[in-house]
Design a protein around this ligand. Structure first.
Ligand code: IVH
Length: 676
């Protein structure tokens, strides 16, 4: 019976989609749908073709894997085809496989057939050819029959031996394995690429494949690639053992890297046990794997079984839950973190990915959101690898609905309504609510009570979290009206601890202006700046009333710090907290402001120090400049008057030259310091 018109149309459409995805994956190293989606399309086509054999065409993607090699590299014909693997997506499919092989081998399904079980590494397959122990050629899998010549690139991978070790290796030995990018290297690579506005990779597998197919081997050399070999191809002028597991040991003896997580297991139960063991470890492995490969260990059995068009009959890949899936963005909301960072989060149609159901995924920050151009209504690839927070990797542009909504960062904090500000030099936008913002309370309180701030002994993180959770403490001022009964109702709080805690809260009320300013947790105001502010202004009121120019005349206070102080005290609720703290009895000795520093002859002059001066230490130079009324800052800008440059001056010298800032050596500084 020939196929219906509908099936014919369906199969043509599936073929077209699969071709497109193949090209994206194999040629461009930039898949536009997750593997799971690709697998579904292939399975659907396979099923259609199985039901309607007249639909099978020679060019059907079910008949061929991979893609033709790209021309930029030389082409290498594989003497033995580089096969693919059939997949089992669950234990039943694995049992079917076992039944098929035992049947064909004429064995009882219950018999203890040995399998070599190994992780299925998520990278790019390569063939390495050794002649007399010397690496002479490296190739990609390509379409399985011919691949690209990537000899120069594989030679840059430190884990690939250029010369085999030991003895007994065949004169011609082709080994096959997986080049991969370990998780840590992948994360670092992508972070650096994103920062430099360069291309990032969707996952470590594409990163490995893309890195191997760089035309310039120097670029490959910079990528953190590694390899595990997992089989042999051509063997001539010598032999290898007759069990797969023993071949792997031999390869290791010859200096090749083999995955340590491998085991010879017996029958289906052995396979499933290994699958569960590795599955439990999957998130902790330093590299990504997407399943377990079981290979019949005896080579004579492998030979008997042979292979079908694209995959051997003697091996199967038992897949783990996919780490990437497709879903739809229902909304994009903003979350406030404990440090005030306002992050976009995608609310998703729930999807099973990486072993859990995911309905939220981070979009990191606005730059990421804009770079990925994620809109409400978009279909996106979500990835959850290891215990990393699920993230939106990319959108599927073809599936964008009309009217997909672009989302902008809110100008007010969704938690507390304070202004959300993004500094020029920062990727994240932040809520300026500080103490007032519920999302930031715990961190703000921990800082407030810390040893170098108000120093409240006995008020640990756990206790603070409890007090915030039950809404007993909203701002630091609330700490001062805690009472014994209230405290004793808390977990692990006895009478004695409660009394002690109240005593230390009481003792903390007597403090200094410097500690108090530091305790408020104004961004960029560390202990040293707090101390400078306290000395300069003497009274809290003066700090709160200071304007930008005034603040910038304070030691250590530049434009960024000044703006943080201004915006902190600009919020009414921060002023309220300060007021309440004072009303609760928090106090310090107020002093007169320090005499204005304009009596020095270098008053108003801004200095930057760089390099090593011949006789004067950095601190000495700084003290003397300050004593003469000058100001020392950390970086060169248009406001810098002098750069004092010693030996080994670096980028500051270049910046000063560019900005035409006067440059002094030690002698020049000495002259300037002498008040004429
Ligand atoms: S054996 C004849 N072992 O999976 C068997 N393959 O879908 C051919 N892979 O192209 C491969 N880890 O890139 C084998 N331990 C492993 C593997 C592995 C990853 C990849 C390899 C292959 C693909 C097949």
């Amino acid at each position: 019976m020939s196929a219906s018109a509908a099936d014919r149309k369906k199969s043509a459409s599936l073929r077209k989609q699969i071709w497109h995805h193949n090209h994206q994956y194999h040629v461009l190293d930039e898949p536009d749908v997750p593997d799971a989606e690709y697998d579904r399309l292939v399975r659907e086509l396979q099923q259609l073709e199985a039901d309607n054999p007249d639909l099978v065409t020679a060019e059907s993607p079910t008949q061929r894997v991979g893609a033709k090699p790209i021309k930029a590299f030389g082409t290498i014909a594989h003497q033995l085809p580089m096969l693919s693997l059939d997949n089992a997506f669950n234990a039943d499919e694995l049992r079917d496989f076992h039944r098929r092989v035992t049947d064909r081998l004429g064995l009882d399904a219950e018999s203890a057939l040995s399998y070599s079980a190994e992780p299925k590494l998520d990278g790019a397959a390569v063939s390495l050819l050794y002649e007399d122990g010397v690496l002479v050629r490296g190739a990609t899998r390509g379409d399985g029959n011919s691949g690209e010549d990537i000899t120069h690139n594989v030679r840059t991978i430190l884990a690939v031996p250029l010369q085999l070790m030991g003895e007994g290796f065949p004169r011609t030995l082709e080994v096959r394995g997986e080049v991969f990018m370990p998780r840590a290297g992948f994360a670092a690579f992508n972070a650096a690429a994103a920062k430099n506005d360069e291309k990032t990779f969707v996952n470590p597998r594409n990163a490995a494949a893309g890195s191997l197919r760089q035309l310039d081997p120097r670029l490959t050399a910079e990528r953190p690639l590694d390899i595990y070999v997992y089989s042999v191809g051509v063997v001539d002028g010598g032999s290898v053992p007759d069990r797969h597991s023993e071949i792997l040991c031999k390869l290791q003896d010859w200096g090749l890297k083999v995955c340590p997580e491998r085991k010879v297991v017996s029958g289906i139960d052995g396979c499933l046990e290994f699958y569960a063991d590795i599955g439990a470890k999957r998130d902790d492995l330093p590299y990504e794997i997407d399943g377990i490969v079981y290979k019949i260990d005896r080579l004579d059995y492998q030979q008997t079984l042979g292979f079908v068009s694209r995959a051997p009959r003697w091996a199967i890949a038992h897949k783990f839950p996919a780490q990437e899936e497709l879903t739809v963005v229902r909304d994009i909301e903003f979350q406030v973190g404990r440090t005030g960072a306002v992050t976009p989060v995608a609310r998703l149609a729930p999807v099973f990915v990486g072993g859990v159901t995911v309905s939220n995924a981070t979009l990191h920050n606005m730059d990421e959101l804009n770079r990925k151009d994620v809109r409400v209504g978009d279909t996106v690839i979500v990835r959850r690898a290891g215990d990393v927070i699920p993230e939106v990797v990319k959108i599927v542009p073809d599936r964008r609905p009309i009217g997909a909504k672009i989302v902008k960062i809110p100008s007010q904090c969704p938690e507390c309504g304070s202004a959300v500000i993004r500094e020029e030099d920062e990727a994240v936008a932040r809520c300026t609510g500080g103490l007032f913002c519920a999302a930031q309370r715990v961190e703000a309180l921990k800082h407030f009570v810390s040893r170098r701030a108000l120093d409240i002994d006995g008020l640990g993180a756990k206790l603070i979290e409890q007090l915030v959770d039950i809404n007993r403490v909203k701002t630091p001022a609330d700490l001062f009206d805690l009472d014994q009964d209230g405290l004793m109702g808390l977990e692990r709080m006895g009478e004695k601890s409660a009394i002690n805690l109240l005593a230390s809260i009481d003792a903390s009320k007597k403090t200094t202006l410097s500690r108090f300013l530091y305790a408020l947790g104004i961004r960029e105001v560390g202990e040293a700046t707090a101390a400078s502010l306290a000395t300069h202004y003497g009274r809290l009121r003066n700090v709160m009333d200071a304007d930008e120019a005034g603040l910038q005349s304070v030691q250590d206070v530049g434009p960024v710090v000044a703006s943080r102080i201004l915006s902190f005290f600009g919020e009414q609720h921060n002023q309220d907290v300060v007021q309440k703290l004072i009303e609760s009895g928090v106090s310090w000795p107020e002093a007169d402001p320090a005499p204005a520093a304009d009596d020095g002859h270098l008053s108003g002059k801004v200095f930057v120090l760089t390099g090593t001066l011949p006789t004067m230490s950095r601190d000495e130079a700084k003290d003397r400049i300050q004593a003469a009324g000058g100001k020392v800052t950390g970086s060169v800008s248009k406001k810098t008057d002098f750069l004092v440059a010693g030996e080994k001056s670096g980028s500051k010298l270049t910046s000063a030259q560019k900005l035409e800032v006067a440059i002094l050596d030690e002698g020049g500084l000495e002259k300037l310091l002498i008040d004429q």
